[in-house]
Design a protein. Structure first.
Ligand SMILES: Nc1ncnc2c1ncn2[C@@H]1O[C@H](COP(=O)(O)OP(=O)(O)O)[C@@H](O)[C@H]1O
Ligand SMILES: [Mg+2]
Length: 298
């Protein structure tokens, strides 16, 4: 496993300058010519070459020789370093700890924010992994990495903004702290994922709390989660409150497929609770509630 924190600590301000120069060049080139890196970083050639070989050894950059010229691009790990650097400078993050999860399109680390607050650092990784899916492998090969970076950045911003709005509405979601590039920092929830089927003293109460958040999101923020499942719900250890996480793929109310997504989200959760906890709410009643047609669940 890659020790992101250790790599981060081994980097000097000059290393960051070179990473930044490559990032800037990637707005124009898939692989940025050495000459341009030099120009952007304003570091003499003999130093740049050493720095680049260090960055290459740490797998922060990829190297290619194009008709005799050396050129470089960032890897996701290189982009991670730039985001971490910004977050640290912004005083949003003090340390990064263990990786606690790898999802379809993300990696999740624990972190420490100033004041010793525990946080979650989510790195979006669209376009990476899932090599079993041939469709992905093909698109991975077709698309330059910069496009994937861009998509991950858009996803991070979306997730941050959805969480900000939802937490202002006092919905049960982790409070977001900040985001940069493809990385979102959110409050750490000391909880158990619902897929682990934790013992619940009041499963009906937990289910109703979930529907309450779905309702707030739909009625007040105008959004639908779109991937609601036992994998994206954390039940707080302290007070059994269910937090809905993982929002980047949300849909807007009013989009052509919105009602289909809403129904799927709600139906899925109702089924899970019925199967695992033996509590039942009628789908149409739940939908009337989340759509605001009923004030309470009948
Ligand atoms: N705020 C949080 N507090 C505690 N654990 C979290 C938090 N956010 C995510 N996690 C952990 O990371 C896992 C994956 O997070 P998630 O946002 O669902 O990303 P993805 O499914 O895209 O990998 C969760 O199942 C949970 O174990
Ligand atoms: Mg998830």
């Amino acid at each position: 496993m890659v020790k992101i924190g250790l790599i981060y600590k081994s980097l000097t301000p000059r290393d960051f300058k070179v990473l930044q120069a490559i990032e800037k060049g990637m707005g124009r080139y898939e692989y940025v010519p050495l000459e341009l890196i030099e120009k952007y970083a304003r570091i003499p050639e003999e130093h740049i070459v050493l720095i680049l070989s260090k960055l290459h050894r740490l797998k922060l950059v990829k190297r290619r020789t194009i008709s005799g010229y050396k050129a470089f691009r960032l890897t996701y790990l290189g982009l991670d370093m730039l985001a971490l650097n910004t977050l640290v400078k912004r005083n949003a993050l003090k340390a990064i700890g263990d990786r606690i999860g790898v999802g379809k399109e993300s990696e999740i680390f624990k972190g420490i924010a100033p004041g010793d607050v525990e946080v979650i650092v989510k790195f979006l990784r669209i376009g990476r992994t899932s090599f079993r899916q041939t469709r992905r492998v093909r698109s991975w090969a077709e698309k330059p990495i910069y496009d994937w970076f861009k998509q991950s950045k858009i996803a991070a911003e979306r997730e941050f903004k959805a969480l900000r709005e939802l937490s202002q509405l006092k919905a049960l979601v982790p409070t977001p702290i900040t985001y940069n590039r493809h990385v979102v920092v959110v409050e750490y929830i000391n909880g158990v994922e619902l897929y682990r089927r934790p013992r619940l003293s009041d499963p009906m109460g937990v289910l109703k709390d979930i529907l309450y958040t779905v309702r707030k999101a739909y009625l007040e923020a105008g959004i639908i989660h779109g991937d609601l499942s036992e994998y994206n719900i954390l039940v707080s250890v302290e007070d059994e409150k269910p937090y809905i996480i993982d929002w980047p793929q949300y849909h807007y109310r009013g989009e052509p497929m919105a009602e289909t997504y809403l129904r799927r989200d709600v139906e899925y959760i109702l089924r899970f609770f019925h199967k695992v906890y033996r509590v039942r709410i009628d789908l149409d009643n739940a939908l009337r509630y989340v759509r605001g047609e009923d004030e309470e669940i009948r």
